[in-house]
Write a protein that binds this ligand. Structure first.
Ligand code: ANZ
Ligand code: ZN
Length: 807
């Protein structure tokens, strides 16, 4: 009896062996191999540890890294900690421990758990965003951006989370709620540090074409950047010297503009009020300022107030009333719109409610609609009620109108982006201090680069104050400093950076993590960057994944690196959920920890089961019981190799065919990331090998070795052990990925006689394995002009005769 599969002993043995003899190409050999950088989105060290859902992503990236290693690449596969920011700080506050202490503990725990995955991580490259040697460079980038005019201060009403007690970026507000805690976001007027990401809008949009990313993510970024083409049109205010400029994507509808609406925050909003309307106007402006964004954007009953003033439609001289309404956003376009109720849903609702005239200017079939019950929003039809534009095709006019308006001197062609500058300051403790000193004479002055890092001071009270100031503001000894320019007393900036600051560039640091002189040496950056494959969840589509593209472009512009897209290929894995698709969470009590499964079944079984649960890009429900099947399969495969390894057998033609087909199937499925079908493929082939071994008395060694190599990225311990049992020296990961021979894969062809009523009429060539249906079809095709009567019977004597019986 051969030794049974003992996962505990095998896994322990290979962990030790890998520690002594790492399998990745070593640093001194690096230049001789092409690099492959496979990156996981680094975790924030949550106190809950990892569940089986986290494992999935890490297993996928490790399988991919090991596959690339087997192809001969030098693998960069690092891991680190996204440890600053709200999640870590909120957890610390809840537990009543200092965030520095709780993050350190959590890092240790998660690191232990990650090691259970047996991934190829290179811990010499480990980074932690809260390490001063790391955030020195996070601050350095900020200083560089400040010097380049990309970081600036601005006071304005920002998104404010009353529970996290901090300002938030637009990207952190999801359906009007705080991305972190789910609390409804309100507005607060605060002085903010902003990053001018809008300066990169066009490049961020265009360069999406370069990326091998899921279309879904590209679309989300495209929509978020939100480029739209249209025109600005100037409407003179009746009886005043001011003009109000509106932004419209539909200048073709100008003749149908029957009123105008300004955002309540518009600079002219108050001034346009008359004695009769002043009270109502001021109340409306005040009420709007108290409303949260959700309330304002939700498509419920429109509200508004007439200012008492009129504007002149510059196209036809018509006098149109100017209203205020909060459905117009202050910070998009010009904060003012011309309203065309006949062709815009929101305008239609507003006009109906406030009894404002509706003028149709586009007619689908040339006829005016008598009783409009809803807006006609398509840009197709003929222009009516539109003076000189009458009779034109609206689609044509839509394109030409901006130019015609420009020629008339009443407006200009413009482009607008939805993307806003990035609100970059947080009124919280646990983040990188913003390296700025406020001097009464010199203004905002950056901390000199050679004085970085500006370390986060230790505090007793790190809870958010809620006043709009960070807890750092209470530490006089830290706040009071001298101006680096003039030496006079000055005060430090007390806001900190958002949690996205470190993650926007961490992937660059992994290739040169101990460099004290530079963020990354150009030599190492050129040799090992950018990231070839990035694996993580889709929830970061417009946050981290947009911010890192922006940072990379900036660092490329200032010459730190010479590429401007960080991640060539992106793969988003689906979520592992509990029963009925419910997200795993501690509060729901449905979290499955990998720890027990590793103990009972071993790391290799859990790795394979993580992939077996379903297509990696889709969500999957977790069911512990399924791991049994994978475990049984690994036992069967183990026994297959152990039973046959001593036999001195030459591969038959059939064995060669099966071996090559297996290499082909596993490789192509792996290449297309169909990892669940790789696992089911292993199971099917295993059974086929068992059957064939029975028939032929055993399996040749090369076939067994091929199985071991193919298995290695998925079940690395067993792959190594089988490789060794088969008598090979060195690691299986140096064996090279097996290739397949298409000739050997081909099924044999045979010649078969085709008969009609027992008389041979033709000979056809078919595959030896062809089934009855396939054979008969080929036979009938060969004698089709002779099939004149009624077929009563079709017979296939496998490998010999096809006989069609006719009447
Ligand atoms: C007249 C018009 C007629 C419009 C029509 C639409 C249809 P996107 O594609 O999102 O850029 N708009 C402009 N600025 C706005 C603001 N600050 N708040 C709310 N709405 C605003 O949409 C641009 C259109 O949204 C503009 O074109 C404007 O309404 C409105 F049949 O102008 B339109
Ligand atoms: Zn100064």
């Amino acid at each position: 009896m051969p030794t049974p599969y003992n996962h505990k002993a095998i896994e322990k043995k290979w962990r030790t062996r890998w520690k002594e003899h790492p399998v990745n190409v070593q640093e001194d050999e690096r230049g001789k191999h092409e690099k492959y950088y496979c990156l996981d989105m680094f975790p924030y060290p949550s106190g809950n540890g990892l569940h089986v859902g986290h494992w999935r992503g890490y297993v996928i990236s490790d399988v991919w890294s090991r596959y690339k290693l087997l192809q001969g690449y030098y693998i960069i596969h690092p891991m680190g900690w996204d440890a600053f920011g709200l999640p870590a700080e909120n957890y610390a506050i809840k537990m009543g421990v200092h965030p520095a202490k709780s993050t350190a503990e959590n890092v240790n725990n998660i690191k232990r758990q990650i090691n259970e995955i047996a991934a190829l991580y290179d811990w010499d490259r480990e980074v932690n965003t809260t390490d001063p040697n790391f955030y020195k460079w996070t601050q350095w980038i900020f200083v560089k951006m400040f010097k380049a005019g990309l970081a600036y201060e601005k006071e304005f009403p920002i998104n404010w989370c009353p529970s996290c007690k901090t300002g938030l970026a637009n990207e952190e507000v999801v359906n009007g709620k705080c991305e972190r805690c789910g609390t409804e976001v309100t507005k607060k007027n605060l002085r903010q540090w902003m990053l001018k990401i809008t300066q990169y809008a066009e490049r961020l949009l265009n360069d999406l074409d370069k990326l091998d990313w899921p279309e879904k993510v590209k679309k989300m970024q495209t929509d978020w950047i939100g480029k739209s083409y249209g025109a600005e049109v100037d409407f003179p205010v009746d009886g005043r010297k001011e003009k109000i400029t509106v932004y419209t994507t539909r200048p073709d509808t100008l003749y149908g503009a029957t009123f105008m609406v300004l955002a309540p925050e518009h600079a002219l909003a108050k001034e346009l009020a008359t004695d009769e309307t002043r009270e109502a106007v001021e109340k409306y402006i005040y009420d709007a300022s108290m409303k949260s964004n959700v309330d304002r954007l939700q498509d419920k009953e429109k509200t508004g107030v007439f200012t008492g003033s009129y504007a002149i439609n510059p196209m036809n001289g018509a006098k149109v009333p100017i209203w205020l309404s909060d459905y117009v956003l202050a910070d998009y376009g010009t904060g003012a719109i011309m309203c065309v109720p006949a062709h815009d849903d929101r305008d239609f609702a507003f006009a109906t409610k406030f009894h404002i005239p509706i003028i149709q200017v586009i007619a689908k079939d040339g006829k005016e609609i008598e009783n409009m019950t809803e807006a006609y929003t398509e840009a197709s039809g003929t222009m009516i009620n539109s003076g000189e534009w009458n009779g034109m095709e609206s689609a044509v006019l839509k394109k030409e109108a901006p130019i015609m308006i420009e020629e008339k001197g009443i407006g200009r062609k413009t482009v607008n982006y939805k993307l806003r500058d990035w609100v970059f300051s947080r009124q919280r403790y646990w983040g990188e201090p913003i390296p700025i000193v406020h001097c009464p004479d010199c203004g905002a002055v950056p901390v000199p680069e050679d004085q970085l890092p500006l370390t986060l001071p230790d505090v007793d009270s790190y809870e958010p104050t809620g006043t709009g100031e960070s807890p750092l503001a209470a530490i006089d000894s830290w706040v009071n400093t001298i101006c680096p320019v003039c030496g006079k007393p000055a005060k430090r900036e007390t806001n900190t950076m958002p949690q996205w600051a470190g993650s926007s560039w961490y992937f660059l640091r992994y290739v040169d993590p101990h460099n004290n002189e530079e963020l990354v040496s150009r030599e190492k950056a050129d040799a090992m960057l950018p990231v070839d494959m990035y694996i993580g969840g889709v929830e970061h589509a417009v946050l981290h994944l947009l911010y890192s593209r922006f940072y990379t472009k900036f660092l490329s512009d200032i010459g730190v690196i010479d590429f401007d897209e960080p991640f060539i290929k992106l793969f988003n894995q689906g979520m592992i959920t509990g029963k009925n698709g419910i997200k795993m969470s501690k509060s729901k009590g449905n979290v499955v920890s990998p720890d027990d499964l590793v103990r009972d079944y071993g790391c290799d079984s859990l790795r394979m089961y993580e992939l077996f649960v379903g297509p990696p890009e889709l969500d999957a429900e977790w069911d512990d019981r399924g791991i049994d099947g994978v475990y049984r399969f690994l036992n069967k495969l183990w026994n297959l190799v152990m039973d046959n390894k001593e036999k001195d057998i030459k591969a038959s033609k059939e064995m060669l065919k099966l071996r090559n087909k297996m290499v082909y199937d596993i490789t192509t499925r792996l290449e297309s990331f169909s990892l669940n079908t790789v696992i089911s493929g292993f199971m099917e082939y295993n059974n086929k090998f068992i059957d064939l071994a029975k028939k032929e008395g055993g399996i040749d060694k090369e076939t067994l070795s091929t199985i071991a190599v193919l298995l290695a990225p998925f079940a690395p311990h067993m792959g190594e052990e089988l490789w060794e049992e088969l008598g090979h020296e060195g690691s299986v990961f140096h064996a090279g990925w097996p290739t397949y021979d298409e000739e050997a894969m081909k099924d044999d062809e045979i010649e078969v006689a085709v008969q009609i009523n027992g008389k041979t009429r033709a000979v056809v060539t078919i595959f030896a394995e062809a089934g009855k249906e396939e054979a008969i079809a080929a036979g009938k095709e060969a004698i089709k002009d002779k099939l004149t009567g009624n077929i009563v019977k079709e017979i296939y004597v496998p490998g010999r005769i096809i006989n069609i019986v006719m009447k």
